[in-house]
Design a protein around this ligand. Structure first.
Ligand SMILES: Nc1ncnc2c1ncn2[C@@H]1O[C@H](COP(=O)(O)OP(=O)(O)OP(=O)(O)O)[C@@H](O)[C@H]1O
Ligand SMILES: [Mg+2]
Length: 463
């Protein structure tokens, strides 16, 4: 009787029985190659359709990668709803609770049943709309994704209503009929127990301490760009907010209140644009740190068509400029907003919408890089040094004052390496500063005196 593996073997090689030699060879190799062949000849696994809940949870894991991705989606929804005030509360780095409240237009009662189903949106109707999309959202996936990996509760009220509604969702569906409740203007969305059903993800995140910091950083970025919206972010139970901004009309004021005066005082305004419909159309406006600013890490806040995105190529291009212009260790601060015709931007390239793809990206980056380079060079020639200098007014060494001087080494041949013009100091007031420095050696002064004496004598002899 043939063993099952032999049976499979003879089916696969029907010539096995035809000649004794071939058969022997095959028989010999049979034992050694048995395991290998068995592996290869195993019946292919059957393909089956995944349960919808599994599909949804896998997709949700891509859209909501960590707490900060959920916060980004919720804040973008609030911005899309024309909110002027957005408040965020976080518990346990977002794993226990993410609560985002806004004063936007709210959600209609009749839309609540499908609110958290996948691919339900108020922002896109046909595919072509994507070419002109101005809202942050367009896929109708964010809220749905959250319901597959967390418990979601929505409280909302629309204009002119006496009360709002509260409803909870799980796996895309309402858990109960919406309940009437008291509500202030807008929408509040609570995400509880994030990744409760994704053990590995939850464990990795529980060990990471920096999720709250990531959320704060995200809110700061939104606040710098959306200066007409007030933002706040705090930990659950804390009275103190970690971000608190009020609507303002000045970007510099916004940067000052968020990143501090140490950043805002050292910024240069930059603009670049191109308007050649045949190849390049864009408008860039931003603030970049000048040569007086120095930080250990680069901060790059980039918005493209009002979308908070990352663009590694642009970031690198800017880094290259700074590396060539500034001392090695100092990293810049960059806020930049680029506006392009919507049809030149593909927003649908990343599951978290973190990246976009631009038409003529390389040329845009090149133009921005050249602009920044020239602006930075100008600022470098007016680099500021904080130095102590003896006042000319008071007796030497008694009255001192801090003075900011501009150094322009290239254009001013009299300037010293520190940026000061050389001043004539009487020889009797000179002090020896550094024995290794030729200027500080005593013989330098002695030589100088002897030359002067020689000059004097030659002058007198001429007279
Ligand atoms: N804070 C909010 N205020 C008003 N409406 C909201 C709010 N959040 C969500 N919505 C409504 O719920 C819908 C679904 O939101 P969701 O974030 O899931 O999808 P989206 O924003 O349309 O697209 P995307 O998945 O790309 O974010 C939105 O289209 C919007 O109509
Ligand atoms: Mg959305």
């Amino acid at each position: 009787m043939l063993q099952s593996s032999q049976l499979r073997f003879s089916r696969a090689f029907p010539f096995q029985q035809t000649s004794g030699f071939e058969a022997m060879e095959i028989e010999e190799g049979f034992e050694t190659g048995k395991n290998h062949l068995e592996k290869n000849l195993i019946d292919p696994p059957k393909i089956h359709r995944l349960e919808e809940s599994v599909v949804n949870r896998i997709a949700a894991g891509e859209v909501i990668q960590r707490p900060v991705s959920a916060v980004k989606e919720l804040v973008e929804n609030s911005l899309d709803a024309s909110s002027t005030s957005i408040n965020i509360v976080i518990k346990d780095g977002g794993l226990k609770l993410i609560q985002v409240s806004d004063d936007g237009h709210g959600i209609r009662y009749e839309d609540l049943p499908i609110l958290c189903e996948r691919h339900t949106t108020s922002k896109l109707s046909v595919y072509e709309d994507l070419q002109n999309i101005k809202s942050m959202g367009f896929r109708g996936e964010a809220l749905a994704s959250m319901t597959y990996v967390a418990h979601v509760t929505v409280t909302t009220i629309t204009g002119g209503q006496l009360h709002g509604y509260r409803v909870s969702y799980r796996d895309g569906v309402m858990e109960h009929e919406p309940k009437a409740c008291a509500a202030v203007k807008g929408t509040q969305i609570m995400i509880e127990n994030l990744f409760y059903n994704m053990t590995a993800r939850r464990k990795t995140l529980q060990n990471s301490a920096d999720d709250y910091a990531k959320i704060v950083d995200l809110i700061c970025r939104f606040a710098v760009h959306h200066i007409n919206v007030s933002f706040s972010c705090r930990k659950h139970g804390a009275a103190r907010t970690d971000v608190h901004t009020v609507a303002t009309s000045s970007r510099i004021d916004a940067i000052k209140s968020i990143y501090g005066v140490s950043v805002s005082r050292d910024l240069i305004e930059v603009t670049a644009s191109a308007n050649d419909p045949s190849c390049l159309v864009f408008n860039m406006h931003g603030y970049i740190s000048n040569s007086n600013y120095s930080a250990k890490k680069m901060t790059m806040v980039l918005f493209i068509n009002d979308r908070l995105v990352e663009c590694t190529a642009l970031k690198r291009a800017i880094e290259v400029v700074y590396a060539a212009t500034l001392p090695k260790a100092s990293k810049p601060f960059v806020y930049m907003s680029i506006i392009l015709p919507p049809e030149h931007v593909d927003v649908n390239v990343h599951p978290t919408k973190r990246e976009v793809s631009l038409l003529n990206q390389e040329r845009i980056i090149e133009t921005i890089q050249t602009t920044i380079e020239s602006q930075l060079r100008c600022s470098n020639s007016t680099r500021t040094f904080l130095t102590q200098q003896s006042s000319q007014v008071g007796p030497l060494g008694t009255v001192k004052h801090l003075e900011q001087k501009k150094s322009n080494k290239d254009s001013d041949p009299n300037s010293s390496p520190s940026g000061f013009k050389s001043q004539k100091v009487p020889v009797n007031k000179m002090v020896r500063t550094d024995s290794k420095d030729p200027a500080g050696r005593m013989d330098a002064y002695l030589q100088d005196t002897s030359i002067k004496q020689k000059e004097k004598s030659s002058l007198s002899s001429m007279r």
